[in-house]
Design a protein around this ligand. Structure first.
Ligand code: ZN
Length: 291
């Protein structure tokens, strides 16, 4: 897997291990942390590794005209919950899509019934976009300062992202960590702000569960706006031609993101069976073809 992901030979992997790449033995084979491999590939500058190819494909839309991102778009939204060490039948709690506040709508909702082991939530979710840029010069300056600080975006396990101070002290960042960090800076400047989690859609046929978060902040005119700080940063990394999209991330909304009611460092769902092991949440979100 490591060779495939990094498009390199065994000898190259040996060199990475000698240089300190952590691993453990499982059934006689070296096993690497997928996050480590992802980050190695992403910053290898080889341009042929899987993370680099996936990133370019994922963010290609940021170089295109923005009109496509501002129109209504409907998603077939399915989330499967798995309680791996389930203690029995109980209700499920799920932080649902929260799109109505942003001009969207939700239809055909099927909520999970009381059950054991696993369950599913499904709905048709319509998102839309709007140009509503941040007006506060203070919020703009804090956002600009953050983007210019040069934190390196990395794939980081969600539980570690909650410790956003440690992540940034390492010079790194990630969607949830960045949003928690920036929300804290907005609050320190006297603004009401909270990091919220959501779903980043329309990528790789819904196969990729990319953790997404952004900051909701009350602007000087009393309106709540969203700052999608990590997407602005990633678009800048992809290409300097993404200026329009980067600006869209600073206050406006676009149809590829489904906000949820989950706060930045909270899980999307839980099972009330009493098990101490957090549930697994798998999303499958596909664009509904408009006929
Ligand atoms: Zn359970």
């Amino acid at each position: 897997m490591a060779r495939e992901m990094l498009r390199c030979e065994s000898a190259d992997i040996d060199r990475l291990v000698e240089a300190g790449l952590p691993y453990e033995y499982r059934s006689g084979e070296r096993y690497f942390d997928p996050n480590d491999l992802y980050n190695l590939g992403m910053y290898s500058n080889r341009s042929t590794t899987q993370p680099e190819l996936a990133f370019r494909m994922l963010f290609r839309f940021t170089t295109r005209p923005l009109d496509d991102l501002l129109r209504p778009k409907t998603w077939d939204f399915r989330v499967r919950f798995e309680c791996t060490e389930c203690a029995g039948a109980a209700p499920w709690h799920f932080e649902e899509p929260d799109v109505v506040r942003f001009g969207g709508s939700v239809a055909d909702v099927t909520r999970p019934a009381v059950s054991a082991g696993s369950a599913e939530f499904s709905a048709k979710v319509t998102t839309t976009g709007a140009r509503t840029p941040i007006v506060s010069p203070v919020l703009r300056r804090l956002t600009r300062d953050y983007l210019e600080a040069g934190y390196r975006w990395q794939m980081i396990p969600v539980p570690m992202q909650a410790d956003y101070e440690q992540v940034h002290a390492l010079g790194a960042t990630s969607c949830i960590a960045a949003s928690l960090f920036l929300a804290e800076q907005f609050r320190a400047a006297g603004y009401r702000a909270e990091a919220k989690r959501g779903w980043f859609c329309g990528v790789l046929g819904g196969a990729l569960d990319l953790p997404h978060a952004c900051v909701e902040v009350e602007d000087d005119d009393g309106t709540y706006r969203t700052v999608d700080i990590a997407k602005a940063q990633l678009a800048a990394r992809l290409s300097p031609d993404t200026g329009d999209f980067q600006e869209l991330c600073l206050g406006s909304i676009y149809n590829k993101v489904i906000p949820s009611t989950a706060s930045g460092n909270a899980p999307f769902g839980r099972h009330e069976c009493g098990s101490q092991v957090p549930i697994r949440v798998h999303a499958d979100i596909r664009a509904v073809r408009s006929s």
